[in-house]
Design a binder for this molecule. Structure first.
Ligand code: ZN
Length: 241
């Protein structure tokens, strides 16, 4: 998909938003995309086979609890979570999430305060969304909010990139592969997408909005082992906070 098609698809998806469930993210369901220049969507080349498992939203407290437990139980796993303060699950799980974040196996990054479509906000609005989320991360989890952020719905353009950059959010993180768990699907379909997209060098987007991925945890761990894939955080791969 070229840049012009990207803009058209983005605009079409944006027009659907008002009527759609917040948890149903039109672009998030699109697993691979031509993002604007300056976006991160794959990992740098490495001699180690590795994949970044990234988790957004947290609308399901039960699902988010399961991801936390997964990380607690398996010290070989590393993950990046894009925190959305709008969901109360983050605060509820602040203690175990802080403990994991302190080890570096869990990276916390910015997914804005309210899951706003940044394309529709003025500069002050974009800054407010990112800065409030950043302060929330630092206040609740006792770690730096860093420089990475994921724009809700994957909606981003050059203007948003520049405004975020001006306040220190220099690294927009998109994805190349999705578990599809945000959309109205089944655990079996999520498993099919995990097999399709969990590959060397990929940044895979996942959502703690239902238990569909959770139901596949054992199979995903087996899949990663059979493919010789190590999980890394975004910070592990790019080497800066
Ligand atoms: Zn999201």
């Amino acid at each position: 998909m070229d840049r012009r098609q990207f803009l058209t698809a983005g605009a079409a998806a944006a027009s659907l938003l008002a009527a759609s469930d917040l948890a149903l993210n039109p672009l998030d369901a699109t697993p691979a995309f031509a993002w604007p220049k300056g976006c991160i969507d794959v990992l740098p080349k490495s001699s180690t086979k590795r994949m970044a498992w990234t988790l957004d939203d947290g609308f399901s407290q039960s699902a988010l609890t399961s991801y936390v437990k997964l990380l607690e139980d398996h010290s070989d796993l590393r993950m990046t979570m894009f925190v959305l303060p709008r969901s109360g699950a983050w605060k509820h799980l602040a203690k175990p999430i802080s403990a994991l974040a302190a080890t570096g196996r869990l990276q916390l990054a910015n997914h804005t305060m309210t899951h706003a479509n940044l394309l529709r906000l003025d500069a002050a609005g974009i800054k407010r969304e990112l800065q409030h989320c950043g302060h929330y991360i630092e206040d609740n989890f006792n770690v730096s909010a860093g420089t990475y952020f994921r724009p809700p719905f994957g909606y981003i353009d050059e203007r948003v990139i520049k405004i975020a950059h001006d306040i220190g959010y220099t690294s927009p993180v998109l994805w190349f592969g999705s578990t599809g768990s945000d959309s109205n699907t089944t655990a079996a379909k999520v498993w099919g997408l995990c097999q399709k997209w969990m590959l060397d060098g990929r940044i895979v987007i996942d959502h703690a909005n239902s238990n569909r991925t959770v139901q596949n945890f054992d199979r995903i761990r087996t899949l990663l082992k059979s493919r010789g894939l190590h999980t890394v955080t975004i910070k592990d791969a790019f080497g800066h906070n």
